[in-house]
Design a protein. Sequence first.
Length: 257
Amino acid sequence: MSTVGFSGVAVVTGASSGIGAAVARALAGAGAHVVLVARRIEPLSQVAEEVHSRGGRASVLAADLAAEGEPERVVAQTVELFGTPTALVHCAGVVRLAQVHELPPRHWELMIRLNLTVPYLLCHAALPYMRKNGGGTIVHIGSSITRETLSHTAGYAVSKQGLNVLSELVALENRDHGVRAVAICPGWVRTELSADPDELGVDAEELLTPEDVAETVLWAVTRPPRVSVGPVLHVSPTTSRAGTRASITRLTGDREE
């Protein structure tokens, strides 16, 4: 249970596993009513039950955010049922690795849609409520891939670079309305969907954990209203063996000339 207090409603997308689930647990532990959003109802319910068992508050809102109209519905339904979000944390995302000439257009479109267009739609729907309510914090989970240009990362890197710029613009345009925005860009995080560190010759203990990222999110949303952070924050493993370039190079088998 966190000792940092955070009241209000927090919408967390991608909350069924990994970073999203860890963020939901952290925010609920700090006192927020978390609205858990993802496609899969069963794992969402499991996260909600875990929150409830710890004395926290959680509600499940199943949605395929990549589908037309779903981001807008999530915001509208949250406001109707629970009130204006104090925090909106977008953790949902997708990655497909391939060189540009080999990347199927459908994979490009999916990454642009879920990693960039969906955050825009969520912001577009939530910002009027937050501005009217006097404030709030929007957090986008980005990626350290944005720090350098790496082969095989076309759609993912482009969408995450765009997400950084979106966060910067939301922060700039809404700072006088009490709304903060930040992109938190983690390096290699140990989750069920990430590459197996053992197969890539890296000690799993050297990787970030979902809880590391969640604690960073909690820190960002609990700064006093007078404090602006970011709007782009990088959180990386200490060792270069678990760095972004090293991990992508091992994963794709790509070698620089």
